[in-house]
Design a protein around this ligand. Sequence first.
Ligand SMILES: [Zn+2]
Length: 395
Amino acid sequence: MSLTKKQQQIIATILDKIYAERPISRIDIAKHTGITPATVSSVTADLIQNKHIEELGETKEQLKAGRKKILLDIPKRQYYYIGSEISQSRFTFVLTDNTGEVIYKKKMSNSTTLSTNSVEDYIDALSSFIEEIEQNVEAIGVSLPGHYNQENPDYILTNNPCWKTFDLKKLKQSFSVPIYFENNVNAMALAKRLLSDEIHSDNFIYFHVGHGMHYSYMFKKQLYSKDNFLIGEIGHTIVNPDGELCECGKYGCLQTYASETWLMKKAKLLHEKSSSTFLREFTNDANALTLDQLLDASELGDRAVTALLHQATKYLAVSLTNLNMMIDAKKVFVHGKLFKNKQLINLLREHLAAKPLLQGFEHKQEISIESYDSFNGAVGGVAVALTYHLIAFPS
Ligand SMILES: [Zn+2]
């Protein structure tokens, strides 16, 4: 029996609610979604039969009539998914179950034998991962280093020329398992909502600092304005009009202070020009410098490197403070390799604490620094696969 669009929407709403707020009772699902208790009962009965959800037991909280609430949860290891991230420096892959629990993972870095800009190399890497895991999967979700939408489904939409020939259609056609794509920061925001141990049902921002910068806004439980690619491009907001010329044509964008790309560009200059920098202790080749080495040089006391990192942190704090006045979010998750460094986390918190808020309107967003892991984007891919394959029924 095929479902009507309305029925699909109801199932999607219920399944999304259970994933995001599990464990949860049928009564609470009905109360929060406006779907009638009878429909919730019948839909959840089908979902239980198909092992997408399970009954967990009773809550201690008694209802007025004396009946107990039965909680619904997602059963572990019923279905399996592959999540992956494509980035400039590496491909990452995870095999997870339907709750997002990572069972196996693999990282393949850019090298002389693997080009991360080549779709053929990605297809080979994914094929070998599938062979290694020996596990049937429902779907594959891929986090991309750029935008993605259904109007241009064959390419990564970005102004970075190195992705121009990365043919997603060819990638899809190379596998029999369905593959879904999403921007990497959107993917991590989806994972935060659906696969996190904590419940994140209020509006939140997922703020990513990497080679580029982007924030995704989860507004009323959905990604806000996903198809307007300007929304979230925080890296290209101006923090200093007298600053350097950014690749977007404006001067003094946040990107030119705090993105990994620009930090590495400035570190390379230091490596070449400064006689006192510690960066030369790590490598003779300025092009081979890594962000980890920058963080190490700062911890060792390299003043110029420390100044770069402190400036990046200061401007990030300015941008986060500005967002507080423009976007209604209870929490901001800050994600980036930069904040593997505890001193920078403390400095960011100091800057944020120092900004006075308007008297009488004190509603400060809570800032949470995400623990950085190079597989975060791949786990985001699993949330993409779950969202588009299971929950949202794309046709
Ligand atoms: Zn810019």
